[in-house]
Ligand binder design. Structure first.
Ligand SMILES: Cc1ncc(COP(=O)(O)O)c(C=O)c1O
Length: 367
């Protein structure tokens, strides 16, 4: 009855992986391991919890519009001026707002194929043209030269995900430096660092905060290592006028009171952060060890990961479907990557050790 633009009518709803409840219902299982959404298997920090619970009786009041305390804490923790920090309902919420604020009629965006689906959904929700540059099928890394080749006079934004979801690969310091030099100053680079805390232990990973380039906006989240995905809170760092624009155009009362409080507590808990990184490293070493034999036999390829998940190329969509369906029936939820454009691949989040073991046990039976 009411006409919507074609690019909105053509949107397909986001299809998340199966939930634990769905699997319980479908298969009558009691033990389920969800290794599908790159969540923190340790839950969230006790300090985040404490800080949130202190605010629980304040939820009749509206949140702090400017999220001042939280932005001050982020500023202190990362040594970035307050005026360069924006917050919002998840990093995706801030990204959606950035696109709304900056994309004019003729503007175009460039990104890679096989990158974060959330960005692809946001891009498809705009009338603007987005170029998807094929990813190197050998390395599963962004083809930065291919991206540079697509830049034209209408290019307004480039989206890079580092480490990339779902491949787990990174753009190294050297690669980013070379790339940045060739991107015109008038082109904004969106640098999505949702998994930065996991990658930052590697010397070759470029922590974008050291760059302070005027045309780079960095996005980070409390949904991954901080374990509060359900509260919806993220932050972005960029030059002052971009941050001012983001803060004045966001929904006034995002992020919500409990999210702001939990994030404040989470930032204080280095012990929880370190424990999460340690568990992740253990999980990764375990996966590498256990999968090496299958890799030698040519049954799969494990793509080196810098995040809290691994990507496995199983070389056939049929094999992916069989693996996925059988694992589901045995209580292990993983992510088949057809929606990301990688029909032959699966993504598995590093979980608790018993969850990793459950995946390996069932997966090995299958292969
Ligand atoms: C690369 C990337 N960016 C952003 C997000 C979402 O972050 P948020 O929960 O803060 O919106 C995800 C979640 O899967 C992600 O993988």
């Amino acid at each position: 009855m009411f006409k919507t633009p074609d690019y909105i009518s053509n949107l397909k709803p986001y299809v998340p992986g199966k939930s634990i409840e769905e699997l319980e219902r479908e298969f009558g299982l009691t033990e389920i391991h969800k290794l599908a959404s790159n969540e923190n298997p340790l839950g969230h920090s006790p300090l985040a919890n404490e800080s949130m619970m202190k605010m629980i009786n304040e939820i009749n009041r509206y949140p702090d519009v400017g999220a001042v305390k939280l932005r001050e804490k982020i500023s202190e923790k990362f040594g970035i001026p307050f005026k360069n920090i924006a917050v919002g309902s998840g990093s995706e919420g801030i990204m959606a707002n950035l696109l709304r604020c900056y994309l004019c009629e003729e503007d175009e965006m460039i990104t890679s194929e096989a990158t974060f689906i959330g960005f692809q959904v946001l891009a498809r929700g705009r009338a603007n043209k987005t170029h998807y540059v094929p990813m190197s099928k050998k390395t599963y890394k962004f083809d930065l030269n291919g991206i540079l080749d697509r830049i034209n006079t209408n290019t307004k934004m480039i989206y890079l995900c580092n480490p990339n979801n779902p491949t787990g690969t990174i753009i190294t310091k050297k690669e980013f430096d070379e790339f940045h030099k060739q991107v015109p100053q008038g082109v904004m680079i969106i640098l999505d660092e949702a998994y930065f805390e996991y990658a930052d232990i590697h010397d070759e990973y470029p922590n974008s905060l050291f760059y302070r380039y005027d045309n780079v906006v960095t996005f980070r989240t409390f949904s991954k290592i901080y374990g509060i995905a359900g509260l919806r809170i993220g932050y972005a760092m960029g030059q002052e006028d971009i941050v001012t624009t983001l803060m004045k155009s966001k929904l006034p009362f995002e992020p919500n009171t409990l999210a702001q409080a939990a994030a404040l507590g989470a930032l204080d808990d280095d012990a929880f952060l370190n424990k999460s990184i340690e568990l992740n490293n253990h999980g990764y070493e375990y996966f590498k060890r256990e999968l090496a034999g299958l890799e030698i036999k040519g049954s799969l390829k494990l793509i080196p990961s810098y995040a809290n998940f691994i990507m496995l190329d199983l070389f056939s969509e049929e094999k992916v479907n069989t693996v996925n369906e059988t694992l589901l029936s045995r209580g292990v939820i993983i992510r088949p990557l057809k929606p990301f454009g990688l029909a032959n691949c699966i993504r598995v989040t590093m979980g608790l050790m018993n969850e990793n073991e459950a995946f390996i046990r069932e997966f090995k039976k299958l292969l």
